[in-house]
Design a protein around this ligand. Structure first.
Ligand code: NDP
Ligand code: OXD
Length: 309
């Protein structure tokens, strides 16, 4: 009884993951979709952005494991039977890379490094001043948002996290509920979105949200593209709230070549690389979850389907 890897368009990751899994257990059966001789032998599926319905052909499936932290591609697939446990994969490398990305972008903007680079292009010696610290509001206090909050706190910034339950790292203040969020926005120099995409978080960052942001502030979206109402962003940038948007995720990926975000002077685009799952790094956790599925035990990092994350 083995594992199928269903990751369309990610052939290299799929091949590396198979090698890494079989290096840990040489008897393990691992197939890469569509080459599956006997679908009845599949117990676990590791997926990334599979097409809905693709997992329906495995009658003995027990575990559907996301190859990343996000699980909306699994929760949006109505063909996954109710008895199949959905889990996700969040390893230390994914967390570290996200922390680096968030901290790097926040520091780049607080210190005005983009301006410094522009000054060099015009041979201008401009000792730019910068504020001693920033007030940073992080939407989401989970594995990634919590780690980013801790790192920024340790660098001396004033960090607040917004979560559903009030969860927060030690020494980091926390707020709950939409009203508290709207009250916190005008005081934040940077707003970082690290939420999962659910019915409650989709379209959260809309015109009314942006209008409450501090003039001159930074918006950093590393959650999912659909957290932001993209058509509301350019008018908001024109009004200076926020001054700059750093976007790593988009409603349509890849971002179409004619999309106005590409050429906008105050939008910074990256191609969904804030953090990337490393196949060798996650193989151990995936194998352990597969073994739990075979043994009929609860999975690690299982998703609460009703909550949506
Ligand atoms: P977690 O599930 O660990 O944490 C989610 C956080 O969001 C929790 O603090 C949760 O609150 C909070 N939350 C969920 N719904 C709401 C809501 N309605 N209102 C307020 N807070 C809410 O997720 P991770 O930290 O592991 O990952 C977050 C997301 O980051 C992923 O789902 C994915 O979309 C994105 N991501 C992006 C990557 C990239 O490269 N751009 C890479 C990896 C992930 P509570 O604590 O109360 O449960
Ligand atoms: C993830 C991602 O969810 O890379 O892991 O976006």
């Amino acid at each position: 009884m083995g594992i199928v890897i269903v990751m369309p368009g990610r052939d290299e990751d799929a091949a590396r993951l198979r090698v890494a899994l079989q290096r840990l257990d040489s008897d393990l059966e691992v197939w890469i979709q569509p080459d599956i001789p006997d679908p009845g032998r599949v117990v676990s599926a590791v997926t990334w952005k599979h097409s809905p319905g693709e997992l329906g052909r495995f009658p003995n499936l027990r575990a559907a494991i996301s190859y990343g932290a996000g699980v909306e591609h699994l929760l949006d697939d109505p063909s996954i039977p109710a008895g199949v446990t959905i889990a996700r994969t969040v390893d230390e490398g994914l967390i570290r890379d996200m922390v680096e990305f968030v901290v790097g972008r926040v520091i780049e903007h607080r210190r005005g490094f983009r301006g410094v680079a522009a000054d060099q292009r015009t041979s201008s010696w401009v000792p730019r001043r910068y504020p001693p610290h920033w007030d940073v509001l992080i939407l989401g206090a989970g594995r990634l948002g919590g780690a980013a909050a801790e790192a920024l706190h340790h660098l001396g910034h004033r960090v607040t996290v917004w979560s559903r339950s009030g969860r927060a790292p030690v020494h980091v203040s926390s707020i709950v509920g939409r009203e508290a969020l709207l009250e916190a926005l005008p005081g934040a120099d940077a707003v970082v979105c690290l939420l999962p995409l659910t019915g409650a978080t989709r379209d959260l960052i809309d015109a009314s949200f942006l209008a409450r942001m501090k003039p001159g502030s930074l918006l950093l979206n590393v959650g999912r593209g659909a957290h932001l109402v993209e058509s509301d962003l350019l008018p908001a940038l024109d009004s200076g709230r926020p001054a700059v948007a750093v976007l790593d995720v988009f409603t349509t990926e890849p971002l179409p070549p004619d999309h106005p975000f590409w050429g906008h002077p105050r939008v910074v685009v990256s191609p969904h690389v804030a953090s990337l799952t490393d196949p060798e790094g996650v193989a151990g956790a995936i194998l352990a979850n597969h073994r739990r599925a075979v043994a009929g035990e609860p999975l690690c990092d299982a998703v609460d389907v009703d909550r949506g994350y």
